[in-house]
Design a protein around this ligand. Structure first.
Ligand code: ASP
Length: 435
């Protein structure tokens, strides 16, 4: 049995954190497959290594001297190496890196070195094998996982001992180093879990787990003990992104559960992300919300008899590159909710094209909408969940503009005025969690 473990930047910020990480790995003989991020912040004002690297690239691109940032980088790694008492050959590798930078190395290559050096140091400290991500993990041109990974990575994993794969990067379609989006080491962790045939993917970070709601709104929000892959997707409206959404897929495909755990409190249970059939018996998993949406409302008498109306509206949005969130509709009205900042630049042309193609009676845009998603598999077996939800909103004085519940009964999404987002989230959380 193998457990794949991934450690985030704050878990590797300095030598003391590296020691904690090694102790966690060694505490369970199944923890052999390791993914590491680049060192993160040691304190609030400290820069993350990835940000130092990105600024190095930026400076070279603008013909500025990256010297001071290169020194900062060197200081971070050499201190970790020295304090751990290992020799991973970082000094020489940094010399070569500096040369590459000054010779105009590409952005993704530069950004990826944080994880690269971290993994070399961790492999040396654990007395394990460094597994290079380049040529083993493959990315598509739009930064997603390329299927070649499943063929190339597994044969490179040693049968015995610890092994460490750097997170965040792999090889792109042009054969060069390419990075995932920010926070992408979570994806690398999921990739290694699947490639190693792991029974569990542990994602070690600096929080108690995934919280049931946004802690900026409910400061004492409780961690979720158990949440399913699909519930977590529905909670993607959440502002607090502790875990990269794209990291769920590789584990979901083969049913590997994911545990979010805290490096600074390893005994705490954290959050377990599980397949659908293992949902816990509770009405809601969590409630998430985000503002920044707008609503396009189109009215036309006898719309329900007209074929192709919806297709034409959505087709126009598609050609303008707009994806939509929801489309709750009535007999003579159609409403489309979209991200306001992507819609506004094309608003005038979209409205004109809809007028030409659909000849509506009226068309309006309402701005500054927030969406609140109340999520839980438990809803589908319970009477009264929505009544509890809407009573809570009514008692808090929150007006509901739109309502959407899919047939799966996995979530109820309400649209409210952006100014009511905090009040609404708090009211729903209190109604389900505190009562
Ligand atoms: N180091 C990268 C970042 O800061 C990737 C990661 O930590 O997951 O985004």
């Amino acid at each position: 049995m193998t457990i794949a473990v991934k450690f985030g930047g704050t878990s590797l910020a300095d030598a003391a954190q590296f020691r904690k990480v090694a102790a966690i790995i060694k505490a369970d003989a199944n923890r052999r497959a390791v993914v590491v991020s680049a060192p993160g912040k040691r304190h609030k004002q400290d820069p993350k290594v990835t940000d130092i690297l990105l600024s190095i690239h930026e400076m070279v691109a603008r013909d500025m001297d990256p010297g001071p940032s290169l020194l900062l980088l060197r200081g971070r790694y050499l201190e970790i190496e020295r304090e751990l008492g290992v020799d991973a050959g970082i000094a020489g590798r940094l010399d070569a890196f500096e040369k590459a930078v000054r010779a105009g190395a590409e952005r993704d290559f530069i950004a990826s070195r944080g994880e690269h050096f971290s993994a070399l140091v961790m492999a040396a400290y654990l007395g394990g094998t460094f597994v290079e991500a380049e040529g083993a993990v493959f990315l598509t041109s739009n930064g997603l996982i390329d299927e070649r990974t499943w063929k190339e990575l597994p044969p490179r994993l040693p049968a015995k001992g610890f092994y460490v794969l750097p997170g965040f990067y792999g090889t792109g379609p042009l054969g060069k180093v390419k990075t995932f989006s920010r926070g992408g080491s979570d994806i690398s962790g999921a990739i290694l879990a699947r490639a190693a045939g792991a029974s569990l993917y542990e994602n070690w970070t600096d929080v108690a787990g995934l919280l049931m709601t946004d802690p900026r709104v409910v400061p004492d929000a409780a961690p979720m003990e158990r949440v399913t892959y699909r519930e977590l997707r529905e909670l993607a409206y959440s502002g607090a992104n502790v875990f990269h959404a794209e990291a769920i897929l590789p584990c979901k495909q083969v049913g590997i559960p994911i545990r979010i755990a805290n490096t600074n409190d390893p005994a705490a249970p954290g959050t377990l992300i599980v397949p659908e059939n293992q949902a816990a018996d509770r009405p809601i998993a969590g409630v998430a919300g985000r503002s920044g949406f707008c609503l396009l409302q189109i009215e036309k008498t006898l719309m329900n008899k007209e074929r192709g109306f919806g297709r034409r509206v959505l087709g126009i949005l598609e050609t303008k590159g707009i994806s939509y969130e929801l489309s709750p509709s009535g007999i003579d009205s159609m409403c489309v909710v979209m991200e306001q900042k992507s819609f506004e630049p094309v608003e005038d042309v979209v409205l004109q094209e809809i007028r030409n193609a659909c000849d509506p009676d009226s068309i309006d845009v309402e701005r500054n909408l927030a969406l609140i998603a109340t999520v839980g598999h438990g809803m589908s077996r319970r009477v009264g969940v929505s009544s509890r939800l809407f009573t809570a909103l009514a008692n808090a004085g929150v007006n509901v503009r739109i309502i959407d519940q899919g047939a799966s009964e996995l979530s109820i999404i309400v649209g409210v005025d952006a100014a009511d987002l905090g009040k609404g989230l708090r009211a729903i959380y209190d109604a389900f969690v505190r009562s």
